[in-house]
Design a protein around this ligand. Structure first.
Ligand SMILES: Cc1ncc(COP(=O)(O)O)c(C=O)c1O
Length: 321
């Protein structure tokens, strides 16, 4: 299931089938294997291209999206970039609603891909680069208003089954086929939880013994039942302190892992320097969590996680010196 050599009819067909790579240098000296799926090699440089395609194609199939209807989505940038690509190719006007706290290169990229980008102010006292649950609530209100005003289809990544299905039908099965060995553990930093739930369901269907760990920022680990002490963490794309994620079911979750901002940043830098993998904060969090598993309960085993998006999306931040 490698990238096909055949001629594709559009960039949409180039979504998915990303490589799976063993982090043999980063995990040097540790017993076991840490495998990562290079999702930054998607056309929009993130895993969220997959859900953009699935949500739009599922909505076309079930008739909830009419030809030429405007598509609207609340996004931290990556889902919006995926939707910009899919909507550009398929001819749907697309409006991305995003917090001003997300890095500006995301908005510029979506505009370049033909999207209309609406930026929503953060709460007083919030920091750019640190989007809290409260900031996200303001983006949610603006999104609802725009959907109503335009009679639009809302992609609704926090609830649409297409988000889960993209990873259940594709990402998870790709991991199983590419790994060629039993997967002992999977971990993923959650925003909507669509990746976590879809992959967990696929991996567990193939091997019920696979354990799946939900990753959250330390100080904002509400799903693990911990109090929120650091709502303005640095790990963009998730950790929104939402008490419930509709796509994540209890049977998907075997445990919870917390990652500190500094740990995510250091591991993202090591990924670049030691593995040649140029990724963002949440990929650092995923690999940090994978290393925790490998050095703890999964010593000598095979652990899988995702490299979610490209480090190019964070050039304006202090992730890179
Ligand atoms: C960079 C990044 N990391 C992680 C996530 C979380 O993925 P999911 O929404 O599937 O939980 C997102 C989601 O937007 C993201 O953009």
């Amino acid at each position: 299931m490698s990238r096909d050599d055949k001629l594709l009819s559009s960039a949409i067909e180039a979504i998915g089938h990303t490589p799976l790579v063993e982090l043999a240098r980063l995990a040097h000296g540790m017993a076991g294997r840490l495998l990562v799926k290079l999702e930054y090699l998607n056309p929009g440089f993130s895993k969220k291209d997959r859900i953009a395609r699935q949500i739009i194609e599922d909505a076309e199939t079930d008739g909830t999206l009419a030809p030429g209807q405007t598509v609207v989505e609340l996004t931290s940038g990556n889902t919006g970039t995926g939707l910009s690509i899919v909507c550009a190719v398929k001819g749907y006007p697309f409006v991305a609603v995003m917090s001003k706290g997300n890095s500006p290169e995301r908005a510029r990229m979506m505009r370049a891909l033909g999207a209309e980008v609406v930026l929503v102010d953060q709460l007083p006292g919030s920091q750019p680069g640190q989007v809290s649950g409260g900031d996200l609530e303001l983006v949610e209100q603006a999104t609802r208003r725009i959907v109503q005003e335009r009679g639009a289809f809302r992609a609704d990544q926090f609830h649409h089954r297409g988000n889960f299905r993209a990873h259940y039908l594709h990402t998870g099965p790709e991991i199983l086929q590419q790994a060629g060995m039993p997967i002992d553990a999977f971990c993923d930093f959650v925003g909507t939880g669509g990746t976590f739930a879809g992959c967990a369901a696929a991996l567990k269907a193939a091997n019920p013994a696979t354990k799946c760990y939900l990753v959250e920022p330390e100080g904002a680990a509400v799903l693990a039942g911990q109090p929120v002490t650091n709502p303005s963490h640095r790990i963009q794309g998730g950790g929104y302190s939402m008490g419930e994620l509709s796509l994540v079911k209890p049977e998907h979750v075997d445990g919870y892992i917390q990652v500190r901002d500094e740990e995510a940043i250091q591991v993202a830098r090591r990924l670049a320097r030691e593995e040649g993998i140029f990724a963002g904060f949440s990929s650092g969090a995923n690999v940090a969590a994978g290393l925790q598993l490998l050095s703890g309960p999964f010593k000598g085993k095979t652990v899988v996680t995702l490299v979610n998006d490209s480090g190019l999306k964070y050039l304006s931040t202090d992730l890179w010196e």
